[in-house]
Ligand binder design. Sequence first.
Ligand code: MRU
Length: 339
Amino acid sequence: MQTLQTTSLRVVDNQLFILDQQALPQEKRWLSADSVPLLVEHIHALRVRGAPLIGLSASLLLALLAENGADRKTLAQSLETLRASRPTAVNLMNNLDRMKLTLAQEDFVPALVAEAQRLIEEDKALCDSIAQAGNTLVKPASRLLTHCNTGGLATAGVGTALGVIALAHQQGKVTNVWVDETRPLLQGGRLTAWELGELGVPYQLITDSMAASLMAKGQVDAIWVGADRIAANGDVANKIGTYSLAVLAKFHGIPFYVAAPQTTLDPSCPNGEAIPIEQRAAAEVTGVAGSFGAVQWAPENAQVYNPAFDVTPASLISGWVLDSGVVTPEQVTAGFFAR
Ligand code: MRU
């Protein structure tokens, strides 16, 4: 495969490398991801993360394994192992469905390579289209709030919600971005803060619990988040804490936008209740760990509830910003996502 480079994926000499998103922003460390167990471990540890990126990394690895001589049976088994690596983001399943169809072709090696490269190029284009569509909704002098990380780190392109914010900033429309730190794994505090800093977008980092009082004070003009899966009725699974922002936005009369590519749509999933929600390790809540080490503050035997995602009902969403344009609540009620 040709050399390939995105913000957080790299292919050199037919080997896959990932930018370790657990080490950022303290350290910019590229790690090898050239076997299925290695990539699955990186995905579990959220060194590779973000709905589009996990699908793209899995597809690239399959193509590289094929090029490096793996047979069809091994590739089919690898594909299913990768598919099971995280349950909530449907981009992984959607990308791997395309790779599975390609694997059935007679000349599957070049076909898999071409398909993985196509998925990367498509994701870049999807991000650009989302940014263009979302930018039409951003008003001058906007103070925006975002949650988790939806930027170049999480995609092959400019990102989804963060791509919208970056484009609006380029056009001089963004006064400030409130960045939720996004407990427990701090994707906002570590990754979104870093990306906005690199892009020169003005931001202020807040703890998740500060968002409500900012809204009450009239300091938030709109909320922009990404998605891990959009069900047929428009319900959205996204990083834990998204639902509470949507409830707060409704109470304060603030627009709440979800930005996502077509690879995040799951018309076979009737509603949010049917979206599988990943439960994660207690250690993420009893303390914090990172490139700086680990600190535990809870008692040794503390019982923990730690869902990685929550579901925001369609009734709380002002607009779904896709690569194809802005989808309105009326369109969703009429069955837009069920097709
Ligand atoms: O657990 P993560 O960090 O993979 O969760 C990421 C999110 O929830 C993002 O908002 C979502 O994947 C969209 S990324 C463009």
